[in-house]
Design a protein around this ligand. Structure first.
Ligand code: ZN
Ligand code: ZN
Ligand code: FE
Length: 761
């Protein structure tokens, strides 16, 4: 018999996802001898066997890897034949400053749920996990990923866990967070700040009873604290809003399982896939029009047609639903509005004990804070709107050299990004940097990322906005070259990086606001661009933004601004319902501001135009959460209407005066708002199509890249995609990275890398 030996190097997401036990299994199954080993860079394997055995092994390696793993590449080299006595898993070791990837947290697997219901030391034990599931990123402090470098360190393994940990054929072989009720962490229940129980069955009993009675409970989750209550109890949901100081922003709901969810929403195959994936994000779903079951609390989602839904992902969730009669609970982040999600036990107890009826904590620390991620299926693909638990810290694989670049992101929906080789590590969702606590979260997480991924910063990238807190952080970070990237160029570059584009493209960025090179507030940028630079070819006509940032919170200001622009002072006499409700003095003041150009920067923000229309239709006058106007407008769109309004596209200015006249006429003649909304959306789609067509004709470029927060709008993105595809454009939009400002940092990093390559730094 002839034997051959192979040396294999496997790159990708291969640690903490049950990869080595998998290799052990397929090696021994195929009668191979040799070893497998984790390094901080990758997984290495040497195997000896017959050519046929090796073929089978390679086939299995490529095709049967564990679900949460991701193989970037496998390099196989034939080496001099070595005879090994057996197949072993060698100890991990540190090779260099290179790193392997870190697994995001993985929802509890079915086998572990099974153990929870019958395995002696894990009966009802809410920290059950195995190599295929459990906490990862949230507990990791450093690499290589071994228990002493996680927040499981204080928990010494009991003899039976130790045996499982060391038994290669066991599902918990080298499962770093392995635990049982004899040795692992435990939950504790507090009422009015006093510990009342540490027995899980008692805790579940009391918590479920409390929620059933309409109580509010704070529950420690995987990446931070959650506030929970019965999703059918309007009083409880209202009370939750009061303590969070969050007037209107929709709450996420966790359903017991798919079957209990189905009567409440419309669900297609892709949505079901996202919901049940091991990442377990919040999926934005359309409520079903008819429901013959109990009604969810009205104030859950402020009357919107969309609802954010997720399924249980921690063992505790499953155990809780085992006790609860209600099939759905609100599960929203445990924080005060504009602050990051809380992770610390003591702080939480102090802050929330007086506000809620019970607090459920556990005694393992959360090291990396993560929120629940939010996705929406648009044009049959998952689009990540908030990228955090279950997604981070998987890198975005790019085609450029990202080494040592740190990009600081935008301000409101902030993520930062650090580069290692060709990988871009986008941070978890950080939030609004104007909040002091959030800014601290930013600083701390940036340090953690630099350490975890062994990054030596050599180039910094920031937004052009001089007042962004992230820009200031970049400017004071250290004595390193600093690149400023225009906000909308960063949006397009982000989408290009995601799709590995490095050429001239047609870029269309629609969002709320971003600092423009002319000092105005941009937000509807139609450009020709590459990663290095952009040429702004067109934009929506400027209008005054009365009150600056304030105008984004009060859509009526935008409606007045547009009406004044189109009709002059005569607009006052229009019989528009929303005008009748306005306070006369406020209105007068606003017009004076516009006339005298006091605190009235000019804006081309697409979001502001959506706000204006939402106000004209009287959907919202004062927003209670970000992008409420656009969301309400999309919420009512009549999908069967193909009409649109006129607009003028001349010399790079897209003027909506005729659109506004059309909308006003329709409102005055009582056309249904759902039709007006559809006609307006169709108008925006036409501006996109019109520009792309014109640009292709003049420049011979066929690739259209769409980015910016406005493309979270499903009707708009699907409509634009549809018409562009039908006209043979190649079209690119975000999937893995947020199209909102959460994606800005990746774009900044891409531009910085390109400029460094071109030696423009
Ligand atoms: Zn498991
Ligand atoms: Zn144990
Ligand atoms: Fe933006």
């Amino acid at each position: 018999m002839t034997y051959k030996s192979l040396h294999l190097v496997v790159n990708g997401l291969v640690q903490g996802v049950g990869f080595r036990p998998f290799v052990y299994r397929i090696a021994t199954l195929n009668g191979l001898k040799g070893w497998v080993q984790n390094t901080n860079e990758n997984v290495r394997i040497e195997v000896t066997g017959t050519p046929q055995q090796l073929d089978h092994f390679m086939h299995a390696l490529r095709n049967e890897a564990p679900p949460a793993s991701w193989l970037e590449d496998i390099s196989a080299m034939e080496i001099e034949t070595r005879l090994f006595p057996d197949f072993v898993i060698r100890d991990s070791y540190d090779l260099s400053d290179e790193i392997t990837e870190i697994s995001p947290d993985i929802a509890v697997c079915d086998a572990c749920l099974d153990d929870i219901s019958r395995q002696g030391s894990r009966l009802n034990y809410p920290f059950v996990n195995c190599t295929n599931c459990g906490p990862r990123f949230t507990i990791i402090q450093d690499l290589p990923y071994d228990r002493p470098k996680t927040t499981m360190k204080p928990f010494d393994l009991c003899p039976s866990c130790k045996e499982e940990y060391e038994t290669v054929s066991d599902r918990r072989f080298h499962a770093q967070p392995i635990a049982c009720r004899n040795c692992g962490p435990h939950y504790e229940l507090f009422v009015q700040g006093t510990k009342v129980s540490d027995q899980i069955s008692n805790i579940l009993q009391r918590v479920s009873h409390c929620m059933e009675e309409g109580g509010l409970v704070l529950i420690k989750g995987l990446g931070g604290m959650h506030l929970a209550c019965d999703a059918f109890n309007e009083q409880a949901v209202k009370r939750l809003r009061e303590i969070k100081h969050r007037e209107g922003k929709p709450f996420a709901v966790m359903f017991r399982d798919l079957d209990s969810l189905k009567p409440f929403v419309q669900l297609d195959e892709e949505e079901e896939q996202s919901l049940t994936s091991w990442r377990r994000p919040i999926v934005l779903l359309e409520k079903s029009g008819y429901s013959n079951c109990q009604e969810l609390a009205i104030s859950l989602n402020a009357g919107l047609s969309l609802i954010g839904v997720m399924l249980p992902y921690m063992p505790f969730h499953h155990l809780l639903f085992g006790k609860l009669k209600t099939p759905a609970i609100v599960l929203t982040s445990g924080n005060f509005s504009s602050e990051p999600i809380l992770i610390d036990n003591d702080t939480t107890l102090t802050a929330f004990s007086p506000l809620v009826d019970a607090v459920v904590l556990y005694n393992r620390a959360i090291y990396n804070r993560t929120d629940d991620s939010v996705v929406r299926i648009i044009a049959n693909r998952e689009r990540v709107f908030r990228r955090s638990r279950g997604y981070v810290p998987a890198p975005i694989r790019t085609d450029f050299d990202a080494e040592g670049i740190v990009s600081f992101g935008a301000e409101l929906t902030n993520c930062f990004c650090v580069g290692k080789g060709k990988k871009a590590f986008v941070s978890q969702h950080i939030g609004d940097l104007k909040g002091l606590e959030t800014a601290l979260f930013y600083d701390q997480t940036l340090l953690q990322f630099l350490q975890l991924f062994r990054i030596k910063p050599s180039l910094l990238a920031v937004d052009m906005h001089p007042e962004y807190i992230s820009t200031k952080k970049g400017a004071t970070f250290g004595d390193l070259p600093l690149i400023q990237v225009q906000h909308h160029h960063a949006h397009i570059a982000s989408c290009m990086a995601e799709h590995k584009l490095d050429e001239r493209v047609i870029g269309i960025a629609l969002d709320g606001t971003g600092f423009g090179t002319d000092g105005h507030s941009w937000g509807s940028e139609f450009m020709l661009c590459d990663l290095n630079d952009f040429e702004r070819l067109a934009h929506f006509d400027y209008v005054p933004l009365p009150g600056g940032d304030h105008a984004a919170e009060e859509p009526w200001r935008m409606a007045v601004s547009y009406l004044y622009k189109v009709f002059g002072a005569d607009f006052i006499h229009l019989e528009l319902p929303f005008l009748r409700q306005l306070d006369g003095d406020n209105l007068k003041l606003l017009l004076q501001m516009i006339d005298r150009k006091i605190n009235c920067p000019l804006t081309s923000g697409a979001g502001r135009l959506f706000d204006c229309v939402a106000s004209l239709l009287d959907l919202v006058q004062v927003a209670t959460f970000q992008a409420e106007g656009p969301m309400r407008l999309e919420s009512i769109v009549n999908k069967n209407c193909s009409e649109s309004y006129p607009f003028v596209f001349q010399e790079g200015i897209i003027c909506f005066d005729e659109t506004i006249r059309g909308i006003v006429d329709d409102v005055l003649s009582g056309v249904d708002p759902s039709i007006i909304s559809a006609k307006f959306h169709n108008t925006i789609i036409l501006t996109i199509f019109g520009f792309a067509t014109d640009c292709r004709l003049k420049n011979g470029i066929n690739k259209v890249v769409l980015s910016g927060g406005v493309f979270q709008n499903k009707y708009l993105l699907e409509g634009a995609t549809d018409v562009l595809l039908k006209n043979n454009f190649q079209i690119y939009s975000h999937t893995a990275v947020p199209t909102n400002d959460g994606g800005i940092a990746l774009g900044q990093l891409a531009v910085a890398s390109k400029r460094r390559e071109l030696k423009c730094v």
